[in-house]
Design a protein around this ligand. Structure first.
Ligand SMILES: [Ca+2]
Length: 393
């Protein structure tokens, strides 16, 4: 597999790609590309292909082709799993309409979340919150686990790299001090040596007092390792979406179709002119402790906003088309057998869901339910976390 974790001397120059480390932020996929000569970083925005789809009419459910959700009738197993909600499973429509033109819909067509189609999932338990620093610390305490971001990149993975560039670290949102065009993500992402889950903003930061914040700077393998230790696993994106929809069908958000019902903030997203101005009208300029906004009908918190959440599936933009064509299962779908993104061929990516505190209609809008994100598997970031699921015994 292609190695993609990259050290960096500077985030501002690039010459020859050795690989890339992808930051999934939003609908626009962000790539941190390390480059030859000095292993320099670049960020590449990957626009989503419109695929000829047009903005929908005002009624998303009427226009989107969603079928009613049909939950399974099986009673929750006993005993209940601590900190988890029982999701009955059943049949539901997965996907998202083209949200362009809708309030808070943003400017991206979300073509990879269509066709909207029916899938079934078997019942499962799911964490009611994102995995917290407290929970991840218990895992590390018990196992001595070291995350990807805490390990220096191996010289053999980056031949020719100067030793001083092989420095452990991770990617941190670093807002500029002036307005910038939204087409260049180098303007607000930085590779920060010493950034990791214990030091989310860099070596001088800590998680003291942030025990109930979601853990971040976790690569896919870090999330899998935690899940295995906890006797759980990562959700498939179908499971994640079934749970996030709360038994309802076709809604734009986990709570309904209005972004701010009764003027209430329902998720931790971004307000103000991105990325310069963060007015934090929702109460949180950065990550919020878990559970600060209303739960969805299944009792799940923060399935929209706060931090992105890793899912088990490999990412491909044509996954749903392949399911509709019968070439991938729609009964407990687990995604394709490998990853492919035509905009970054050869870069392995897994699905991420839910958006983050950086999502705004100016740039991301993947707080919208049914939208799909993606992230390079070895890349953590200070807006990527996860939650786990457990099968019924
Ligand atoms: Ca916020």
């Amino acid at each position: 597999m292609r190695k993609t974790r990259q050290p960096s001397r500077s985030p501002t120059t690039s010459q020859l790609s050795l690989g890339s480390r992808l930051l999934n932020s939003t609908g626009a996929l962000i790539a941190l590309a390390a480059v030859a000569a000095g292993l320099l970083w670049g960020l590449v925005r990957l626009a989503v292909s419109p695929s000829g789809l047009q903005p929908t009419a005002a009624s998303p459910r009427a226009a989107g082709g969603f079928s009613p959700t049909v939950p399974a009738e099986a009673a929750p197993p006993r005993p209940a799993a601590t900190g988890m909600a029982w999701i009955p499973g059943g049949r539901f429509s997965i996907g998202c309409i083209d949200p362009r033109g809708l309030p808070h819909g943003g400017d991206q067509p979300m073509a990879d979340a269509r066709p909207i189609h029916e899938v079934t999932v078997t019942g499962f338990w799911i964490d009611t919150t994102e995995v917290t620093n407290r929970q991840f610390a218990a895992f590390v305490e018990a196992t001595g686990y070291v995350t990807v971001a805490e390990k220096p990149p191996r010289p053999e993975d980056f031949p020719g790299a100067a030793p001083e560039n092989l420095v452990a670290g991770s990617i941190v949102f670093t807002p500029p001090n002036r307005p910038v065009p939204l087409g260049n993500h180098l303007q607000w992402w930085r590779y920060v040596p010493g950034a990791n889950w214990r030091h989310p903003l860099g070596p001088d930061s800590s998680i003291d007092g942030h025990e109930d914040f979601p853990v971040v700077h976790v690569a896919f393998e870090d999330a899998e390792a935690y899940a295995a230790w906890a006797g759980k696993r990562l959700p498939t994106e179908a499971e994640w979406e079934f749970a996030a929809r709360g038994g309802l069908a076709g809604n734009l958000y986990p709570w309904g179709n209005e972004f701010r019902p009764g003027d209430r903030w329902m998720a931790n997203t971004w307000q103000g002119r991105f990325p310069l101005e963060n007015t934090a009208e929702d109460g949180f300029a950065g990550i919020a402790p878990v559970g600060q906004f209303p739960a969805n009908p299944y009792g799940l918190y923060d399935v929209s906003g706060n931090v992105w959440e890793w899912c088990a599936d490999w990412y491909r933009p044509d996954t749903y088309a392949e399911q509709v064509a019968g070439r991938l299962p729609t009964d407990n779908p687990r995604g394709p057998t490998d990853s492919f993104d035509p905009q970054e061929p050869g870069i392995p990516k897994r699905v991420q869901r839910g958006g983050s505190f950086l999502c705004t209609e100016q740039y991301c809008s993947r707080y919208i339910l049914g939208t799909r994100g993606k992230g390079e598997i070895s890349s953590g970031c200070n807006h990527i976390g996860f939650r786990c699921v457990r099968d019924a015994e």
